[in-house]
Write a protein that binds this ligand. Structure first.
Ligand SMILES: Nc1ncnc2c1ncn2[C@@H]1O[C@H](COP(=O)(O)OP(=O)(O)OP(=O)(O)O)[C@@H](O)[C@H]1O
Ligand SMILES: [Mg+2]
Length: 220
């Protein structure tokens, strides 16, 4: 379970997140909200990429910023944040997907198995030998997602996972996420109406505060 307790965050002088609290123990949580409302900031706080100005992130009973560095490193491996703008390293697609597996000490044969499996799920096998710098925006998004799936984290934080995807890829990603949610807990920030079909729980982030979804909320 992930528990967010009275989370406040500011980059400069003004608070972007203003006292957010919730418990996430379902399989899929969707967070929606207008541009600049703080969705990315919230996901980065949950993923440990940003340290809250105030408040706590508790993952599986451990207070993320109060435990030792080594404990935090272990906890960090259980959560993967997939950036809003796909972030790939230099090298091939295959090397990109393989890298987090190497860091996690996954054996060579298991690595190949997981790479093939993730690539097949997202129908990107044909991209494996391509350079990451040569991908289209939609291809890069699928590769970033495949890399995260291959690492098999306990928690997966997805920031706008449907952006740049055509309709058939949107359907494919939704299908894959549904399937993956049986073994990985997902928190998804998105503007897309379609993502609501996955959600067990939806929060709306507005002006740094979290609320429930009301009927008059407008999505694209
Ligand atoms: N690195 C930063 N430095 C300063 N301000 C930032 C930084 N990143 C984000 N902000 C500001 O924090 C606020 C929330 O940004 P955030 O990216 O979390 O919003 P968002 O809900 O993800 O928006 P979008 O829907 O456009 O992705 C915005 O006003 C933004 O300008
Ligand atoms: Mg964002």
């Amino acid at each position: 379970m992930i528990e967010v307790k009275d989370l406040w965050f500011k980059y400069g002088r003004e608070y972007v997140l203003k006292g957010i609290s919730f418990r996430f123990y379902n399989r899929i949580l969707v967070i929606i909200g207008p541009n600049g409302s703080g969705k990315t900031t919230l996901l980065k706080c949950i993923g440990g990429l940003l340290k809250p100005t105030r408040g706590k992130i508790i993952v599986d009973g451990k207070d993320y910023w109060s435990i030792s560095e080594s404990e935090r490193l272990v906890l960090r491996r259980s959560i993967i944040y997939v950036h809003e703008k796909p972030y790939l390293f230099r090298g091939s697609v295959l090397q990109n997907i393989e890298y987090p597996l190497k860091i996690r000490g996954v054996s060579s044969s298991e690595r190949s198995k997981r790479i093939r499996f993730a690539a097949k799920l997202l129908e990107i096998e044909y991209l494996l030998n391509k350079k990451s710098s040569e991908l289209s925006a939609g291809e890069a998004r699928l590769v970033a997602l495949a890399r995260a799936l291959a690492a098999e984290p306990k928690y997966l934080l997805l920031d706008e996972p449907l952006a740049n995807l055509d309709q058939s890829r949107v359907s494919l990603v939704l299908k894959v996420l549904k399937e993956v949610s049986t073994r990985t807990r997902l928190i998804i920030a998105s503007h897309r109406q379609q993502v609501l079909s996955l959600a067990e729980e939806v929060f709306v982030l507005e002006d740094g505060k979290l609320g429930k979804l009301s009927n008059d909320y407008c999505l694209v």
